[in-house]
Write a protein that binds this ligand. Structure first.
Ligand code: G
Ligand code: G
Ligand code: MN
Ligand code: NA
Length: 253
């Protein structure tokens, strides 16, 4: 049987698990946010990475119910953590299909309400390419989402084709510098220059900026020197299951 057949059953069989990757304030070392990253615990094939099944889920439309489940799960989990760490935020990825679905705003509002999570504690990550199908409609959707009080981040920034001129029309609060640029900043002058420029541009547009895929102290030093204050990557932590993430939060914050 095909993976898609299994994927159809996976939600009702409770086979998805959400891992959480800390987002760190570099200056203080404090975890301020957690990005929800879904995994599929397949009964016979073992753990399947989202890189493998998200495209399939996107194609088949299954991403809409799966994404809704991830959103609700993440809002509820971060709400639990907020009893101990009140300022913690949840970051959740939205796929193109989800972003374009008609009832997105209702679903996000419902997720917040059910979890009793304050809207400003939720950060929805959309990619540049998601916005490019229909930029005007995307901007309208972003405004609808923003009117709930949530925040929006532009994920994988630098890998898409969006014109910089759109950036000032996007009601976003953060750019996430794609890890393909961060990887070689200490060895590749071009990547170093691109990252430095993106940080400077984000700051002049009054946007926060987070570097993804930070793996080494050298990358961290370069980013801090360029005043990128928020980081995510294996140097701080891999995406973790709830119990492990709980330990890490108690250890760090
Ligand atoms: O978690 P990595 O750990 O392997 O994730 C791989 C890819 O899958 C990333 O591009 C990430 O954005 C995407 N991804 C992970 N979880 C989700 C999710 O809940 N929804 C969507 N749309 N994409 C996700
Ligand atoms: O596309 P998005 O940025 O949402 O996906 C995040 C992806 O990056 C996940 O697959 C996550 O596991 C991965 N990731 C997070 N930190 C690191 C890192 O430091 N190095 C590498 N290679 N991948 C990372
Ligand atoms: Mn992301
Ligand atoms: Na990314």
């Amino acid at each position: 049987l095909t993976l898609e057949h299994d994927l159809r059953k996976a939600l009702e069989r409770n086979e998805f698990v959400v891992y959480y990757q800390p987002q760190v304030n570099a200056a203080t070392g404090e975890v301020f946010g957690l990005e929800a990253l879904v995994r599929w615990q397949h009964p016979t094939r073992g753990m399947i990475s989202p890189a493998e099944f998200i495209p399939l889920a996107e194609e088949s439309g299954l991403i809409v119910p799966i994404g809704e489940w991830v959103l609700k799960t993440a809002c509820q989990q971060v709400k639990r953590w907020q009893r101990v760490f009140p300022n913690l935020r949840a970051a959740v990825n939205l796929s193109a299909r989800q972003f374009q679905s008609d009832n997105l705003v209702e679903i996000v509002a419902q997720a917040l309400e059910e979890a009793e999570l304050q809207a400003h504690c939720l950060d929805l990550e959309i990619t540049e390419s998601t916005t490019m199908h229909n930029v005007d409609r995307a901007i309208a959707t972003m405004h609808d989402l923003k009117s709930l009080g949530i925040q929006i981040s532009l994920d994988d920034f630098g890998t898409g084709y969006s014109s910089l001129s759109y950036l000032k029309h996007f009601p976003i609060h953060m750019l996430k510098i794609d890890r393909s640029f961060v990887r070689d900043i200490t060895t590749d002058e071009d990547d170093a220059a691109i990252v430095a420029s993106v940080i400077a541009m984000a700051h002049s547009l009054k946007l926060n900026v987070i570097a993804e895929g930070v793996e080494t102290e050298e990358q961290l030093a370069y980013l801090m020197e360029r005043r990128c204050d928020q980081m995510q990557g294996y140097l701080f932590s891999q995406p973790l299951p709830v119990e492990k993430c709980d330990e890490l939060l108690h250890f760090i914050n």
